[in-house]
Design a protein around this ligand. Structure first.
Ligand code: DGL
Length: 268
């Protein structure tokens, strides 16, 4: 993809970016929302995890990718990573005011309305939970819900390594929640795009009464809205294609991405 320049914006792909394979959960929602669009998925697994790096480093790594997409002339950029969004999206929008740049944030709003005064846990990376963007989000719902941030360093690695569905992951998730009052928990926000792929394990640990929320469908709807507003939606008869790229240049990572997409689309 390096040298390509898409000459016609309407037919150009939508770039979807994450620190690794997690953004596939957002790609799945995007494909459901706009099956007629082409997508270019880029995972920066060579530099993953982002969530335990410094804010400056995450901002720098994200800016490199977004600049590349924009030079290539993509239709829109979806930063399908909560960590990269909180570190960089505001700056990128200032830098490229004419481009469509959509980010993702933890889906705290629907979780805060799940019942009267719910107990809500927000699972995310240390960077996401430390950032001002998250603190502002939490301030908005503090009166409605009892919110506990739960940093989950180490969790994304299981998904990166294709270990969704393993006993090892189940044990890790169980440990993560060992200090949480599971009996009185109402909702969990999956505030990192890798975590929806650990949904089965999270549900097993928390039981059937806890609702899980993930920001991917909202991000996909917002992306469609922005593209429509710009008059750039493709003809709905077009059959969308997906191009996968990973900074590790490994077939194994691309295969994990393809498998996770099938999972996201409910085909597995
Ligand atoms: N997938 C990323 C997110 O949504 C973070 C994973 C990482 O630490 O790189 O926050």
């Amino acid at each position: 993809m390096e040298q390509i320049h898409f000459t016609e914006k309407q037919n150009a792909p939508i770039a979807v970016f994450d620190s690794g394979v997690g953004g596939i959960s957002v790609l799945g929602a995007l494909v459901k929302e706009m099956p007629y669009e082409d997508f270019w998925y880029m995972g920066d697994s060579a530099n993953a995890p982002y969530g335990t790096k410094s804010l400056e480093e995450v901002r720098r790594l994200t800016a490199i990718q977004v600049e590349r997409f924009i030079i290539c002339g993509v239709k829109a950029v979806v930063v399908a990573c909560n960590t990269a969004t909180s570190a960089a999206v505001r700056f990128l929008r200032e830098q490229y005011p004419d481009e469509i740049i959509v980010g993702i944030e933890p889906a705290l709003k629907p979780a805060a309305y799940v019942c009267e005064n719910p107990n809500v846990v927000v699972m995310a990376t240390p960077v996401t939970l430390r950032e001002e963007k998250f603190h502002k989000l939490m301030d908005r719902y503090r009166d409605r819900a009892n919110i506990t941030p739960l940093p989950c360093p180490g969790l994304m690695e299981y998904i990166e390594q294709g270990k969704a569905g393993t006993e090892e992951l189940l044990i890790f998730v169980d440990k993560l929640f060992s200090h949480v009052d599971k009996e009185n928990l109402d909702a969990v926000v999956l505030g990192c795009t890798h975590y929806p792929f650990a949904k089965n394990e999270i549900c097993k640990v928390l039981g059937p009464n806890v609702q899980l929320f993930d920001g991917a469908p909202g991000t996909a709807r917002e992306t469609r809205r922005r593209i429509k507003e710009a008059g750039l939606l493709r003809d709905e008869t077009h059959i969308g294609r997906i191009t996968y790229e990973n900074s590790l240049n490994s077939d194994e990572k691309i295969n994990i991405c393809k498998r996770l997409l099938e999972k996201s689309l409910g085909k597995e």
